[in-house]
Ligand binder design. Structure first.
Ligand code: FE2
Length: 339
């Protein structure tokens, strides 16, 4: 039996087999559309004989879809980037707690939900990328320092509506309180080289082109450009340098891609098995090698280009705290006119 094709905000979903009729199936709603993920899921199918059906769309769309479908959802697992999305899915009652000694062993405490509803699978660090011709790295320190007037007209970043910036700002609120976070927003906005636009890759390109001197970006965007087969991307990425913020304080802000079992999962045991597999050394090595992300499993080292940036102190703030302050972050950004 099939659920017919559905259209959701411009995205046509291919039909999804209804899981309850097949003991050995699992249905995944995923925001991630990388080839590695496809290969990993194929591996899981081969290992277990459990068929994996995937629906991909934007995170907000998948969360809305889960909410609308309620108990009728075919989805067993939600996989998405950004803690804000996972936290929201949990807050809306769309996930359920699961017990797994394997997940608790493979994933550090701050990268998983304390009530066991979501689990981090990959990490990305939110760093600075700067032009070494115009910026002395000795002038760089933590995120709040970007509000210093000495950086006037030097900073580029995407909008405050970006999930990554919301979560970064939420972490600043959690670590330093609202007043300092608001001052950070105000100072950052007055130091911008241009109106916020584009994705993190565009910020790197802007720094390389001299349209700004310091960008706030997730590490894997730089990794993807450095590992590109397009010579121009490699040249662009090689002309900038990476800086890990707040090494003398809390540490560099970390975000995740992660997964949770849906509240109405019909294949709960299979769902837990899949998330466990994705946290295993084998799967974590593949995540690490393919997407320039950091593995969450401490037994697995980052690969190639990512390892070449060296180790760094990461902020161990519980991502639950980051999720909790996401809404507050939106109001501070709006108040500070961060577009
Ligand atoms: Fe991204």
């Amino acid at each position: 039996m099939k659920i017919g094709a559905k259209i959701l905000t411009g995205i046509t979903f291919l039909s999804v087999a209804v899981s309850s009729l097949f003991a050995s199936e699992i249905n995944v709603y995923s925001h991630r559309h990388y080839d590695t993920d496809k290969i990993l899921l194929k591996k899981f199918e081969q290992k277990t004989g459990i068929k994996v059906n995937v629906v991909t769309a934007k995170a907000e769309e998948l969360v809305s879809k889960l909410a609308i479908e309620g108990a009728n959802t075919p989805a067993d697992i939600l996989i998405t980037a950004d803690i804000g999305n996972l936290y929201e899915a949990k807050e809306r009652g769309l996930l359920q707690p699961i017990e797994s000694k394997i997940l608790e062993a493979n994933i550090p405490t701050h990268l998983r939900d304390s009530s066991k509803e979501w689990f981090g699978l990959t990490k990305r660090a939110r760093v600075f990328v700067y032009n070494p011709q115009t910026v002395n790295p000795k002038d760089l320190s933590d995120y709040i320092n970007l509000a210093n007037p000495k950086f006037k007209g030097k900073i580029v970043t995407r909008t405050s509506a970006s999930a990554y910036n919301k979560s970064l700002l939420a972490s600043i609120i959690a670590n330093h309180g609202e007043v300092k976070a608001q001052n950070f927003v105000n100072g950052l906005v007055s130091n911008l080289a241009r109106n916020p636009k584009g994705n993190d890759r565009d910020q790197i390109t802007a720094v390389a082109a001299g349209d700004g001197d310091i960008a706030i970006v997730n590490t894997y965007y730089l990794g993807i450009m450095l590992g590109s087969k397009v010579a121009r991307d490699v040249d662009t990425a090689q002309s900038v340098k990476i800086f890990f913020p707040d090494q003398k304080g809390k540490g560099t802000h970390i975000n995740i891609s992660g997964a949770g079992v849906t509240k109405y999962a019909k294949n709960k045991a299979n769902a837990i098995q899949l998330i466990e597999f994705l946290s295993s050394i084998e799967a974590q090595q593949m995540f690490a090698e393919a997407n320039y992300e950091y593995p969450v499993n401490p037994k697995v080292k980052p690969a190639g280009i990512v390892a070449s940036w060296g180790s760094f102190k990461e902020d161990k703030l519980s991502l639950n705290e980051v999720g909790k302050y996401n809404k507050k972050a939106v109001s501070l950004a709006t108040k500070g006119n961060w577009k």
